[in-house]
Write a protein that binds this ligand. Structure first.
Ligand SMILES: *[C@@H]1O[C@H](CO)[C@@H](O)[C@H](O)[C@H]1NC(C)=O
Length: 217
């Protein structure tokens, strides 16, 4: 009788726990950021970006040129799509270490050379430790200023949780063609992942992509 009672109580408890787990099933949970913070790195990257409008294979193309003819090389509303090579040195033929893919928009109505663009791009690296990792950049770029600052707002791979900034400086520009070489100094906080993502069963049985480091917390 006592055994049956114990059995009954334990079964009831199990059921109650199971029931409360099901009832509280949710799509989020809190995890401690401490392990990520302890792995945080600060990296400085230095490279050159090449904007090539005039070649058999331009790396910049202007789409939908605005109908309003303004006295500006890049009238308000111009949209440019880029897939620019990133190289280790200022020479376009120096070692290519990545590429910049994205767009920029002419976002000022002021005429003349007071160009202000808004750039959005992914800088993907194709060499060494950062091969396959990318940085997301979005911000305003007043391209005729000596040094411009662009925010780094995120990243992938080795650059997960990235945040930082870029100082961009034009080192060479051909005003007739529009081709330019820009020096980039990027300073970025990020944390490194040691291996690719794994799967974890969440409490309601749904599989989420999880990070190998975060899932150990
Ligand atoms: C970069 O990674 C890709 C894909 O994993 C690989 O094919 C390529 O050889 C790597 N490049 C270098 C320079 O390590």
């Amino acid at each position: 009788m006592a055994n049956f009672k114990t059995f009954f109580i334990s079964q009831t408890l199990t059921l109650t726990l199971l029931f409360s787990t099901l009832v509280t099933a949710t799509y989020h949970h809190n995890i401690s950021p401490s392990l990520v913070r302890s792995r945080e790195k600060l990296t400085h990257l230095h490279f050159y970006l090449h904007e090539i409008f005039t070649s058999e294979k331009p790396s910049n193309i202007v789409i939908d040129p605005p109908k309003v003819v303004a006295s500006s090389p890049l009238p308000f509303g111009s949209q440019v799509v880029i897939e620019d090579p990133l190289t280790i040195g200022p020479d376009v033929k120096s070692k290519e270490i990545g590429k910049a893919q994205g767009f920029y928009l002419s976002a000022t109505q002021r005429p003349g050379l007071e160009l202000e663009i808004v750039m959005g791009m992914a800088l993907t690296f194709l060499e060494g430790e950062f091969n396959g990792s990318s940085l997301s950049v979005l911000g305003r770029n007043k391209i005729f200023n000596e040094v411009r600052e662009l925010p780094i707002i995120g990243g992938t791979g080795e650059f997960r949780f990235a945040r930082g900034y870029i100082l961009a400086r034009t080192v060479k520009v051909d005003y007739h063609k529009g081709d330019a070489t820009v020096e980039y100094n990027a300073y970025v906080y990020h944390y490194s992942s040691t291996s690719s993502s794994s799967h974890e069963i969440f409490n309601d049985g749904v599989q989420f992509m999880t990070d190998p480091i975060l899932s150990k917390i």
